[in-house]
Write a protein that binds this ligand. Structure first.
Ligand SMILES: Cc1cc2nc3c(=O)[nH]c(=O)nc-3n(C[C@H](O)[C@H](O)[C@H](O)COP(=O)(O)OP(=O)(O)OC[C@H]3O[C@@H](n4cnc5c(N)ncnc54)[C@H](O)[C@@H]3O)c2cc1C
Length: 291
């Protein structure tokens, strides 16, 4: 970390990962898995899930730098993110998008990332829908440090599609003795994926398509209807997804179920009608605050 007398310390710079696509697999109509090899894997530590994410970097078209995410770029070189950040003007700055490391396979130096396909708008979703073996991309990271408490007596995992990769990584980290529920919200039954879970963790998919006008979101209804234990002691909750849906869970978790903040990981991953740049900027405003 660098400091100048009188100035606020700048954030530590996350290392840059140079990644090459190895394969792409359609997991459901709305989700695609991209498997990426890490160049120089010995440079990275602490990359294994659960709840680890990277920021994928996208350059503006026409930027005068090697652009690994541009299929027309034949240079074979990767730009240095921090140099771009320092040298490009404000309106040409690289765009970043958060993605969970769904799995890290150390013997193959391989990362899995699962992307929601939400249409043609944006960077990450459209990039993943077209990714081909050999394509390259750079990322910053990893970040994230939440891990489930293996001693919890009851665990609730609640997530929408964007947070399904993180939810499933958390689920894989739970001990075989874990008890609780996993509630996963997607559009329709066609978006369901196979999930393996400890016997005591009941997995339930809920569908936005079933929402009637004026209903609370499907995930909020499912959390309310979960088989909660009588007392809050020993309970842990991982609830990540669309910002307004996460806000709607606060009353259930903190008022009705009387959970303390340190029992709950509640996080907005995106906001309907906002791209990630707006979503991140709004975190500084009351509308963007979850807790
Ligand atoms: C820690 C963390 C981990 C994340 N992990 C994942 C992950 O593993 N997989 C994943 O897919 N996403 C994940 N997300 C969410 C992802 O960063 C956002 O959805 C992001 O907006 C996608 O970028 P984009 O370029 O595709 O779309 P943007 O350019 O950001 O947005 C374009 C438009 O698409 C809409 N949109 C964005 N995301 C969605 C969505 N999920 N469903 C419907 N509409 C959407 C926006 O509201 C906007 O209108 C994560 C977010 C965080 C904070």
């Amino acid at each position: 970390m660098t400091t100048t007398p009188g100035a606020r310390p700048s954030r530590p710079r996350r290392p840059q990962l140079n990644l090459t696509v190895r394969s792409r697999e359609q997991l459901s109509p709305s989700m695609v898995r991209v498997v990426l090899g890490i160049d120089e894997p010995e440079r990275y530590t602490d990359i294994a899930p659960p709840e680890k994410y990277v920021k994928l970097v996208f350059l503006h078209p026409g930027t005068d730098h090697p652009d690994p995410a541009d299929p027309q770029d034949g240079s074979g070189r990767n730009p240095d993110y921090w140099e771009l950040k320092e040298t490009l003007p404000g309106d040409r700055q690289p765009v970043t998008r958060h993605l969970t490391i769904r799995r890290y396979v150390p013997e193959r130096h391989e990362l899995w990332m699962d992307f929601v396909l939400h249409g043609d708008e944006g960077y990450a979703g459209p990039w993943a829908s077209r990714a081909e073996p050999g394509d390259r991309i750079i990322a910053l990271g990893p970040g994230g440090k939440w891990t489930p408490d293996p001693g919890a007596s009851w665990t609730l995992i609640a997530a929408d599609d964007a947070a399904v990769p993180a939810a499933l990584a958390v689920l894989e980290d739970l001990p075989e003795s874990a008890r609780g529920e996993v509630l996963l919200e997607v559009d329709t039954a066609r978006d369901v994926q196979p999930v393996s879970a400890p016997e005591g963790m009941a997995v339930r998919w809920v569908f936005r398509a079933d929402d009637a006008p004026g209903d609370d979101p499907a995930l909020v209804r499912a959390v309310r209807e979960a088989g909660w234990p009588g007392a809050p002691e020993g309970v842990q909750v991982f609830a990540h997804g669309e910002r307004e849906v996460m806000k709607a869970l606060r009353e259930e978790l903190f008022t009705r179920r009387r959970l303390e903040r340190d029992q709950v990981s509640l996080s907005g991953y995106w906001a309907r009608g906002r791209n990630e740049d707006v979503f991140q900027a709004e975190k500084k405003l009351p509308v963007g605050q979850i807790l």
